[in-house]
Design a protein. Sequence first.
Length: 147
Amino acid sequence: MKQVLFIVYGLMNKLELFAILKINVDRFIFNTKFLLLMDLTKKKCVPCEAGMPPLEEAKVNELLKEIPAWSLKDWHLYKKFKFRNFKEAMKFVNSVADIAEQEGHHPDFCVHYNKVEVELWTHAIKGLSENDFILAAKIDEINLLKQ
């Protein structure tokens, strides 16, 4: 396991290393998926222009493998998060809002006391773009670091 952590350290900054070390090291498969997710978190959302086609189904399925906790709901990315209380849920929503503003790509939220549902799709193209997957990966990263 020391070799894996050394490789991880070489690939990530200190904040991301903390996130990996916080994960139970016995769950190596999850760590592997998290490392794949890091590729998306390094990318920046780029503005989509109207008329640009949404991602094809094969590409959507490929990118879904990089954010395994997300699912498709009505051809939108969807995930439900659960927190200890309303205040923690709202802290999460505000953290996501900060990242969304930086990326120029904004999710839809639905808050139910200590649960937050997040939906992502690119309104300008009426479908999914790589931006949706980038933001989903960054949202997962925020949630992991706050736990």
